[in-house]
Design a protein around this ligand. Structure first.
Ligand code: PLP
Length: 381
């Protein structure tokens, strides 16, 4: 961008996404890779990231909602796409007509997708989801025989084809957690039962980003990677992005709105939770706030690279802005200078993991919560 820099913007390096997809494919060489682009590609832009991931060898896309999957189709993306978070009355017919693969976790969903297939005059591609222990979506083991039996009957009537059998981990980000092996055992049992009943899935899958990185026996035919394709470590305990061979794709930058000298003892931002030190100091106003996804919990803690040094949010993060203390000397920072909130960390800037730590949350939430008011600028598209 050569023109005036925007108030705040997120640069998304699509070469980083491509490199991360290649690195993850090397980690799971016998499996296909699904790029999970739900929640607008974890805040990175779903369509641009989906295209980059497909260019680098992803063969599937995944979204939570059917609307997210339909938006990919509307953008002209034809790759196999699974969407899994359905509610009764959802756009089943649109999904069938758009050639989406749809997740089915219970009998109500199977009934609705069969009706939609009949109405569309087409066979719906469905993937049966097993709850192997997460206790969230998916079919409980005790209900699996009923769901599998109904799916086999629906295949016989021609309304559906079961293209996948799948599940999701609860604690893959805690290697060695006892639930992991229990879930794998339950998954193998539920697969074996469905296959004995005559289901012939194209893909069986359970691994998310942390499982891809730590648990090869979980890779099966397909791995579903979200956070790692954006270059962010799923958990500090698994290593930094760099240690995992990943490169963060998002850099969040703001243009400093104001630099001014203030006397000592001056309260800063709502509630005056920060007071300038005796002798006075210089304050810089960073025009990004919680409406842009900057966590208010990072008040007094969030790190920002301004004027060649990492400073800390002084006082409260407000809706649209926060303040940093540049110190008493010649500040070396002027309005219009760049403030980097987080990025790959290669030029001294903080990372999304640093903001997660400062706000008591996970890096998933830091990148995903960046608001709609923040323009995304895609590099290397
Ligand atoms: C979000 C999600 C994923 C991707 O998880 P990551 O940890 O980001 O790789 C995979 N599967 C399901 C069902 C999900 O909801």
């Amino acid at each position: 961008m050569n023109e005036t820099p925007p108030r705040v913007h997120a640069e998304i390096d699509l070469d980083a996404v491509r490199g991360n997809v290649r690195a993850l494919r090397d980690r799971a060489p016998r499996s296909e890779l699904m790029a999970v682009v739900k929640a607008d590609g974890y805040g990175h832009g779903a369509v641009a990231c989906a295209r980059a991931a497909l260019e680098a060898g992803a063969s599937w896309l995944g979204t939570a909602t059917p609307q997210e999957a339909l938006a990919l189709r509307a953008a002209g993306i034809t790759a196999r796409t699974l969407c899994w978070l359905w509610t009764p009355g959802g756009p089943w017919r649109e999904a069938v007509e758009a050639d989406l693969d749809v997740a089915v976790s219970g009998m109500w969903a199977l009934d609705e997708v069969r009706a939609a297939a009949r109405a569309a005059g087409r066979t719906a591609r469905i993937q049966l989801k097993a709850d192997t222990g997460l206790g969230r979506n998916g079919c409980q083991p005790a209900d699996w025989a009923e769901l599998v039996g109904a799916a086999v009957a629906a295949e016989a009537e021609g309304t559906v084809k079961v293209t996948g059998l799948w599940s999701h981990f609860a604690c893959a980000d805690e290697p060695g957690h006892p639930s992991i092996q229990l879930q794998l055992t339950a998954f193998r049992d539920m697969l074996a039962y469905a296959e004995k009943e005559g289901i012939e899935p194209e893909v069986r899958h359970i691994a998310n980003s942390p499982a891809v990185l730590t648990l090869p026996e979980s890779h099966f035919d397909l791995v579903r990677t979200g956070l790692a394709i954006y270059g962010v470590s799923p958990a500090p305990e698994l290593g930094t992005a760099q240690e995992l061979g990943l490169r963060p794709a998002m850099t969040l930058k703001a243009s400093v709105a104001l630099v001014k000298e203030v006397p000592g003892g001056h309260g800063v931002s709502y509630g005056h939770h920060y007071v300038t030190p005796a002798g006075g100091t210089h304050l810089a106003l960073v025009p990004a706030g919680y409406a842009d996804g900057i966590p208010r919990h990072a008040s007094g803690r969030g790190p920002v690279l301004v004027g060649g040094a990492v400073r800390t949010v002084a006082g409260r993060v407000a809706m649209d802005q926060f303040v940093v203390d540049l110190g008493p000397g010649e500040p070396g920072v002027r309005s219009g200078d760049e403030a980097v909130l987080f990025g790959p960390g290669e030029h001294g800037e903080p990372t999304a993991e640093d903001w997660a730590q400062a706000s008591g949350t996970i890096a998933y939430e830091i990148v995903t919560r960046i608001g709609a008011r923040v323009p995304r600028v895609h590099l290397h598209g």
